[in-house]
Design a protein around this ligand. Structure first.
Ligand code: CA
Length: 395
């Protein structure tokens, strides 16, 4: 397709992508845009579904079931007469969280991550608990602290046993971590008991997600009900919601599951995503992995979440769980990369890290394809965040 809008070579955002986001122009209300190259297209100003796009979130658009139609209309506009007046440089825009997040559930669906964490947290024991291969384990997170890429994250305080006397005391976390994840955003009408083969009627799009984690706080609080304050202080997402429609050519078969799960979790359609993921710490590459071999897919996570009659809402967010591959260079968290600090990372400037330090910046990127013309690059941009010191009490 020939378009008049300029798209730089290798951009994450060619005409085949057109992800949705929300921007707040200076002195004007927030509105829904699609991204093309280094620009945003103002949909309401273009007269494209203003009842859904002159909005501060994409929730109504996701609920309407009209996402694909709106992307097609945006594509037609970009390939018709020059309407550069509708484009704005993304650098001139204040980019905000694009969704009003409903329920946020974070899963634990990478076999390699769950195995690594099992070895680290329960040395000498079987790394996977008995339920792990039978259902996608997850916990409810805190939707109110989902923040957009670029938002600084203050080091949390939490109750941690003092190594000197074993007494738990409130201290700034000494083992702040990131988790490389992929987030799935739910759209459509409220639904329950969803079959995994119907997942694309309910999951609207995909973002990158950093599940910031305080490992020392987590280690003390997590039994028996799972993580709580170790995770709830902040979860960062990338600002551009890449639609399932844009990702269809990158849907691939997931790994074969052994044992085969209960029928409600069995899909016949391929729901893994051939998606490349990287993490940089202060600009130094520390992880490069792939999303395609996650053990549990987003379709299974959705089927599981709703099997008991719980209903979806447009704006619900699922975290995939930390994405780790089989080799040490593919681990999606510091606790795995450094084996809980036993093997510190050496960054490109020679500095050592066991966990994150104040001032550190974590940047995650993701993209599909880009190798050939038949596989256009469908990128996610980045989710980045810098660690700030714990705020002073009373501040
Ligand atoms: Ca997580």
């Amino acid at each position: 397709m020939t378009i008049w809008a300029e798209v730089p070579e290798g951009s994450d955002f060619p005409i085949e992508n057109l992800p949705f986001g929300v921007v707040r122009p200076a002195g004007a209300p927030a509105r829904v845009v699609v991204r093309i190259g280094d620009h945003t297209l103002d949909l309401a100003a273009a007269g494209i579904a203003p009842e859904l796009t002159a909005q501060p979130t994409i929730n109504a658009l996701m609920a309407s079931g009209r996402g694909q139609e709106i992307r097609e209309r945006a594509g037609e506009l970009l390939s018709g007469n020059d309407r550069s007046d509708l484009l704005h440089s993304v650098d001139d825009m204040h980019v905000v969280v694009p969704i009003a997040v409903g329920d946020y559930v974070d899963f634990y669906s990478s076999l390699h991550h769950a195995t690594n964490l099992g070895h680290i947290m329960r040395p000498g024991a079987e790394p996977l608990l008995a339920n792990w291969r039978h259902l996608p384990v997850g916990y409810h997170g805190r939707s109110g602290t989902v923040v957009v890429s670029g938002t600084p994250v203050a080091r949390p305080e939490g109750l941690v046993p003092d190594p000197a006397d074993g007494v738990p005391r409130l201290v700034p976390s000494r083992s702040l971590d990131f988790e490389l994840e992929v987030g799935f955003v739910v759209g459509g009408s409220p639904a329950s008991r969803i079959h995994p083969d119907d997942a694309d009627r309910h999951v609207f799009g995909v973002v990158l997600l950093n599940d910031w984690s305080a490992r020392d706080v987590q280690g003390y609080e997590y039994q028996p009900l799972g993580p709580n304050l170790a995770k709830s202080f902040a979860t960062s997402i990338s600002p551009w919601v890449v639609t399932i429609d844009a990702l269809r050519r990158y849907l691939v078969a997931p790994p074969v599951q052994d044992p085969q799960p209960d029928p409600y979790l069995r899909a016949t359609r391929p729901w893994a995503i051939d998606l490349n993921l990287t993490v940089e710490l202060n600009g130094w590459p520390i992880t490069s992995t792939g999303f395609a071999d996650m053990y549990w897919t987003f379709a299974q996570q959705l089927a599981h979440t709703t099997v008991n009659g719980a209903t979806t809402r447009a704006g619900d967010l699922f975290g995939s769980g930390t994405v780790s591959g089989p080799t040490p260079g593919e681990r999606g968290s510091m606790i795995e990369l450094t084996w809980r600090g036993a093997q510190p990372l050496t960054l490109g400037d020679g500095s050592l890290r066991s966990f994150l330090e104040d001032g550190d910046t974590v940047t995650m990127r993701g993209w599909c394809g880009g190798e050939t013309a038949a596989r256009p690059r469908i990128g996610f941009g980045e989710v980045t965040g810098t660690v700030l010191p714990t705020p002073k009490r009373g501040a």
